[in-house]
Design a protein around this ligand. Structure first.
Ligand SMILES: CC(C)(COP(=O)(O)OP(=O)(O)OC[C@H]1O[C@@H](n2cnc3c(N)ncnc32)[C@H](O)[C@@H]1OP(=O)(O)O)[C@@H](O)C(=O)NCCC(=O)NCCS
Length: 152
Protein backbone atom coordinates (compact mmCIF):
# COMPACT_ATOMS: atom_id res chain seq x y z
CA UNK A 1 0.00 0.00 0.00
CA UNK A 2 1.02 3.65 -0.32
CA UNK A 3 2.54 5.33 2.70
CA UNK A 4 -0.27 5.89 5.23
CA UNK A 5 -0.18 9.50 6.43
CA UNK A 6 -1.67 11.42 9.33
CA UNK A 7 -1.39 14.83 10.89
CA UNK A 8 -2.41 16.37 14.18
CA UNK A 9 -2.10 19.81 15.74
CA UNK A 10 -1.39 20.87 19.33
CA UNK A 11 -1.54 24.35 20.88
CA UNK A 12 1.54 25.18 22.98
CA UNK A 13 0.06 26.18 26.35
CA UNK A 14 1.59 27.28 29.64
CA UNK A 15 1.65 23.70 30.93
CA UNK A 16 3.80 22.66 27.92
CA UNK A 17 6.69 25.03 28.67
CA UNK A 18 10.14 24.54 30.16
CA UNK A 19 11.97 26.91 32.52
CA UNK A 20 13.00 29.03 29.50
CA UNK A 21 9.35 29.65 28.68
CA UNK A 22 9.48 27.64 25.44
CA UNK A 23 8.14 24.21 24.50
CA UNK A 24 9.50 21.54 26.89
CA UNK A 25 11.39 18.87 24.95
CA UNK A 26 9.56 16.15 26.87
CA UNK A 27 6.22 17.50 25.67
CA UNK A 28 7.51 17.73 22.09
CA UNK A 29 8.74 14.16 22.36
CA UNK A 30 5.33 13.09 23.67
CA UNK A 31 3.59 14.62 20.66
CA UNK A 32 6.23 13.12 18.36
CA UNK A 33 5.62 9.61 19.71
CA UNK A 34 1.85 10.08 19.84
CA UNK A 35 1.74 11.09 16.18
CA UNK A 36 3.84 8.07 15.20
CA UNK A 37 1.74 5.73 17.32
CA UNK A 38 -1.55 6.98 15.85
CA UNK A 39 -0.22 6.49 12.33
CA UNK A 40 1.05 2.96 12.95
CA UNK A 41 -2.07 1.98 14.92
CA UNK A 42 -4.31 3.25 12.14
CA UNK A 43 -3.22 0.29 10.00
CA UNK A 44 -2.90 -2.29 12.80
CA UNK A 45 -4.84 -1.49 15.98
CA UNK A 46 -4.02 0.53 19.11
CA UNK A 47 -4.24 -2.53 21.36
CA UNK A 48 -1.79 -4.43 19.13
CA UNK A 49 0.75 -1.65 18.67
CA UNK A 50 3.77 -0.99 20.89
CA UNK A 51 6.67 1.37 20.42
CA UNK A 52 9.97 -0.48 20.15
CA UNK A 53 12.33 2.40 19.42
CA UNK A 54 12.57 6.16 19.01
CA UNK A 55 15.45 6.55 16.60
CA UNK A 56 16.34 10.07 17.67
CA UNK A 57 15.14 13.66 17.67
CA UNK A 58 17.08 16.91 17.12
CA UNK A 59 15.19 20.07 18.08
CA UNK A 60 16.21 22.83 15.68
CA UNK A 61 14.37 25.84 17.13
CA UNK A 62 12.61 26.92 20.32
CA UNK A 63 8.81 27.00 20.09
CA UNK A 64 6.96 29.89 21.73
CA UNK A 65 3.86 29.72 23.92
CA UNK A 66 0.77 30.18 21.78
CA UNK A 67 2.31 28.46 18.76
CA UNK A 68 0.45 25.70 17.00
CA UNK A 69 2.60 22.64 16.38
CA UNK A 70 1.59 20.30 13.59
CA UNK A 71 2.86 16.72 13.50
CA UNK A 72 2.96 15.12 10.07
CA UNK A 73 3.62 11.41 10.03
CA UNK A 74 3.76 8.58 7.55
CA UNK A 75 4.61 4.89 7.55
CA UNK A 76 7.79 4.49 5.52
CA UNK A 77 8.90 0.89 6.05
CA UNK A 78 7.14 -2.36 6.87
CA UNK A 79 8.97 -5.38 8.20
CA UNK A 80 7.40 -8.68 9.15
CA UNK A 81 6.02 -7.46 12.48
CA UNK A 82 7.36 -3.91 12.61
CA UNK A 83 6.38 -0.60 11.05
CA UNK A 84 8.77 2.33 10.89
CA UNK A 85 7.16 5.76 10.89
CA UNK A 86 8.59 9.15 9.94
CA UNK A 87 7.36 12.10 12.01
CA UNK A 88 8.02 15.80 11.42
CA UNK A 89 6.92 18.60 13.74
CA UNK A 90 6.44 22.05 12.19
CA UNK A 91 4.99 25.36 13.33
CA UNK A 92 1.51 25.65 11.85
CA UNK A 93 0.59 27.19 9.48
CA UNK A 94 4.00 28.69 8.59
CA UNK A 95 5.51 25.22 8.15
CA UNK A 96 8.65 26.16 10.10
CA UNK A 97 10.59 22.99 10.75
CA UNK A 98 11.05 22.03 14.42
CA UNK A 99 12.14 18.40 14.57
CA UNK A 100 11.86 15.15 12.64
CA UNK A 101 12.84 11.55 13.09
CA UNK A 102 11.81 7.92 12.89
CA UNK A 103 10.12 5.50 15.27
CA UNK A 104 9.62 1.76 15.05
CA UNK A 105 6.40 0.15 16.26
CA UNK A 106 5.74 -3.58 16.56
CA UNK A 107 2.48 -5.42 15.99
CA UNK A 108 1.90 -7.78 18.94
CA UNK A 109 -0.62 -10.43 19.89
CA UNK A 110 -2.70 -10.50 23.08
CA UNK A 111 0.29 -11.88 24.98
CA UNK A 112 2.56 -9.07 23.75
CA UNK A 113 4.51 -11.25 21.32
CA UNK A 114 5.49 -9.83 17.92
CA UNK A 115 3.09 -11.08 15.26
CA UNK A 116 3.05 -10.50 11.47
CA UNK A 117 0.95 -7.57 10.30
CA UNK A 118 0.87 -8.53 6.61
CA UNK A 119 1.45 -4.94 5.50
CA UNK A 120 3.73 -3.77 2.69
CA UNK A 121 4.63 -0.16 2.02
CA UNK A 122 5.26 1.42 -1.37
CA UNK A 123 7.09 4.69 -2.03
CA UNK A 124 5.20 6.64 -4.72
CA UNK A 125 7.38 9.76 -4.96
CA UNK A 126 11.09 10.63 -4.90
CA UNK A 127 10.51 12.27 -1.49
CA UNK A 128 9.04 9.04 -0.13
CA UNK A 129 11.90 7.04 -1.61
CA UNK A 130 14.34 9.40 0.13
CA UNK A 131 12.58 8.83 3.45
CA UNK A 132 12.86 5.07 2.94
CA UNK A 133 16.58 5.41 2.30
CA UNK A 134 16.98 7.47 5.50
CA UNK A 135 14.95 4.96 7.50
CA UNK A 136 16.80 1.95 6.14
CA UNK A 137 20.14 3.59 6.91
CA UNK A 138 19.08 4.23 10.51
CA UNK A 139 17.66 0.74 10.94
CA UNK A 140 20.74 -0.86 9.40
CA UNK A 141 22.99 1.09 11.74
CA UNK A 142 20.92 -0.26 14.63
CA UNK A 143 21.01 -3.82 13.30
CA UNK A 144 17.23 -4.05 12.90
CA UNK A 145 16.74 -4.56 9.18
CA UNK A 146 16.16 -8.26 8.73
CA UNK A 147 12.74 -8.43 7.11
CA UNK A 148 11.88 -4.91 6.05
CA UNK A 149 10.23 -4.95 2.66
CA UNK A 150 10.23 -1.79 0.60
CA UNK A 151 8.96 -1.04 -2.84
CA UNK A 152 6.07 -2.83 -4.53
C1 LIG B 1 8.82 -4.33 21.04
C2 LIG B 1 8.85 -5.79 21.51
C3 LIG B 1 7.46 -6.39 21.35
C4 LIG B 1 9.84 -6.52 20.62
O1 LIG B 1 9.94 -7.82 21.13
P1 LIG B 1 11.19 -8.75 20.70
O2 LIG B 1 10.95 -10.11 21.22
O3 LIG B 1 12.45 -8.04 21.00
O4 LIG B 1 10.95 -8.78 19.15
P2 LIG B 1 11.83 -9.36 17.98
O5 LIG B 1 13.28 -9.39 18.27
O6 LIG B 1 11.16 -10.63 17.53
O7 LIG B 1 11.59 -8.22 16.88
C5 LIG B 1 10.29 -7.94 16.45
C6 LIG B 1 10.36 -6.81 15.48
O8 LIG B 1 10.74 -5.63 16.18
C7 LIG B 1 11.88 -5.07 15.55
N1 LIG B 1 12.69 -4.47 16.59
C8 LIG B 1 12.93 -4.95 17.81
N2 LIG B 1 13.76 -4.13 18.47
C9 LIG B 1 14.03 -3.11 17.62
C10 LIG B 1 14.83 -1.93 17.71
N3 LIG B 1 15.54 -1.65 18.81
N4 LIG B 1 14.86 -1.09 16.66
C11 LIG B 1 14.16 -1.36 15.54
N5 LIG B 1 13.38 -2.46 15.39
C12 LIG B 1 13.33 -3.32 16.43
C13 LIG B 1 12.59 -6.22 14.88
O9 LIG B 1 13.42 -5.79 13.83
C14 LIG B 1 11.42 -7.04 14.41
O10 LIG B 1 10.91 -6.44 13.23
P3 LIG B 1 10.43 -7.35 11.95
O11 LIG B 1 9.56 -8.46 12.48
O12 LIG B 1 9.63 -6.39 11.15
O13 LIG B 1 11.67 -7.82 11.29
C15 LIG B 1 9.30 -5.92 23.01
O14 LIG B 1 10.66 -5.49 23.12
C16 LIG B 1 8.44 -5.08 23.92
O15 LIG B 1 7.34 -5.47 24.29
N6 LIG B 1 8.93 -3.89 24.32
C17 LIG B 1 8.15 -2.97 25.14
C18 LIG B 1 7.25 -2.12 24.25
C19 LIG B 1 6.59 -1.03 25.04
O16 LIG B 1 6.10 -1.27 26.13
N7 LIG B 1 6.59 0.17 24.47
C20 LIG B 1 6.07 1.35 25.13
C21 LIG B 1 4.60 1.40 25.13
S1 LIG B 1 3.92 1.65 23.52
Amino acid sequence: MSMTKASMCRLVKGCDLNHHGTLFAGRGAEWFVEAGFITAASVTAPERTVCAKIHGMVFTRPVKKGSIVRAESQIVLAGKTSLTVYVKLVIHPQDEFVVDGFLTFVNVDAAGRPTPHGITVTADTPEEEALQVRARTILSAGGALKNNKVGG
